[in-house]
Design a protein around this ligand. Structure first.
Ligand SMILES: Cc1ncc(COP(=O)(O)O)c(C=O)c1O
Length: 441
């Protein structure tokens, strides 16, 4: 006799079969990529079973795959795609910069404006430097903290993601993490974190924290947790770094503005570069001035593309002409409404499913709240993985795309009708698959 878990396995196999049949072009390109890239992949997070869709073009909030299916894009390039895929102001800024030539090997006309806009928006940032990725921004911010304090260690939190070499999904951390001595805290455990900071004060250069864990499942930090980090780090002369690579979009000045907790250093990335390759770190001027190249003891920080002209132009246009404080408030309010609707859909059916996050960042979860840290995700990993895949394939069949793990980042061109479409797809899934969803309880 088949069990309900067998039914789940069979449902995933069926859904995969339909997906393979519907996507021959994506399948073929996946096979081709496998010949010269490990597993056909150069970016772990975008690999999904049985193979990812290959996207051939995109416009507004719509992406189109090589088999000519359109999807409403709720992934928003993991927060970098805030402006959508073809905002006329972004395209105009890039075209204008492109027309004047690339690879200038010198300061350009755009970077002062982007730097000024960043400093104006984010309370902790007196001075800023640009990088090519959020990973690099964190590497530089941490390295600066180590130089400034003369200490080596960093404190991170379980479930934290700060880039390809700063990944702490489990206590062990990724085997390719940068080899900094690390103290691991529990997210949202204010007392525990304060205790660890005090215990390790002699060796800690910095505490680095996402004020909402994005990759970990869109888990917001509690106000008391951030305040405890601020006071314990201040007391012990440890620097506090907010990784706002994702969360900088969650208010006009990131979560540091929204919470009133000001770190010493902040890292940025994603949409702040207008949708092009970008990272930045900034903070207190007495720290950042160590990079002033006119100083005899200046810290060196080169980087061929740190100020690449296309990113600088797109980022400047985006931050000053599109993602105004008012636009930020509106986008995040729309995210709050969507999250409530998704959670309500499951609550009305008494099913173990909910949406987490804040503002325009949404995490879909099988299980029940509260979700204060990754330690609260206690379901059978095999069952949770199968349910995530089933929901994802279902939503794709209904024209909605997002990150397989349940990750969504809203973009400006999404409309209320787009939200309705997603809510209907999720409601349909809960109606059809309620028995399987109950396995997550
Ligand atoms: C919080 C956080 N920090 C850092 C990074 C790394 O940024 P990048 O992918 O630009 O290296 C990411 C990427 O998703 C992130 O979510």
């Amino acid at each position: 006799m088949s069990t309900i878990t067998d039914d789940l396995t069979a449902a995933v196999a069926d859904a995969e079969e339909r997906y393979v049949a519907a996507n021959p072009g994506s399948h073929g390109l996946h096979v081709e990529r496998q010949r010269s890239m490990p597993g056909g992949n150069t970016r772990t997070v975008i690999h999904v079973a049985p193979f990812p869709l290959t996207i051939s073009k995109a416009s507004g909030a719509t992406i189109t795959d090589v088999d000519d299916h359109d999807y409403t894009d709720f992934l928003g390039e993991y927060t970098a795609g805030l402006y959508g895929h073809s905002h006329p102001i972004i395209l105009g800024a890039v075209r204008e910069a492109l027309a004047d030539g690339i690879c200038l090997g010198a300061p350009n006309e755009y970077e002062a404006g982007l730097a000024a806009a960043v400093c104006e928006r984010f309370p902790s940032i007196d001075l800023v430097r640009f990088t090519n990725s959020g990973t690099e921004a964190n590497l530089l911010a941490i390295s600066l903290a180590r130089v400034h304090t003369g200490r080596e260690g960093i404190m991170v939190f379980e479930g934290g993601y700060h880039g390809g070499v700063f990944f702490y999904a489990t206590a062990a951390g990724s085997p390719i993490n940068a080899p900094f001595p690390t103290v691991l805290g529990q997210y949202n455990d204010a007392e525990g974190a304060a205790r660890l900071i005090a215990e390790h004060a002699d060796t800690l250069a910095a505490v680095i924290v996402e004020p909402l864990q994005g990759s970990g499942g869109c888990i917001p930090a509690e106000q008391g947790f951030l305040e405890a980090l601020r006071s314990a780090t201040t007391e012990h002369g440890v620097l506090l770094i907010f990784d706002e690579v994702m969360t900088s979009r969650l208010s006009p000045g990131g979560l540091q503005l929204a919470t009133g907790v000001t770190p010493d250093l902040t890292s940025l990335g994603k949409y702040v570069g207008g949708g092009l390759t970008f990272g930045a770190f900034g903070g207190r001027s007495d720290l950042m001035e160590l990079f002033d190249p006119t100083r005899a003891d200046a810290l060196p920080h080169a980087g061929t593309f740190n100020n690449n002209v296309l990113t600088m132009a797109a980022g400047l246009a985006g931050l000053t002409q599109i993602y105004t404080p008012d636009a930020a408030e509106k986008l995040n309010a729309s995210g709050d409404r969507l999250r409530e609707r998704l959670t309500a859909a499951a609550a009305e059916r008494d099913l173990p499913f909910f949406a987490s996050g804040r503002g325009s960042m949404i995490g879909l979860h099988f299980g029940r709240p509260p979700l204060r840290s990754v330690a609260d995700i206690t379901g059978d990993p095999g069952v949770l993985g199968a349910l995530r895949e089933l929901l994802h394939l279902h939503c794709l069949e209904h024209g909605c795309s997002y990150g397989r793990r349940g990750f969504m980042a809203l973009s400006l061109p999404l409309t209320e009708e787009d939200h309705d479409k997603l809510v209907q797809a999720v409601e349909g899934f809960l109606d059809e698959r309620g028995d399987l969803v109950r396995l997550a309880a």
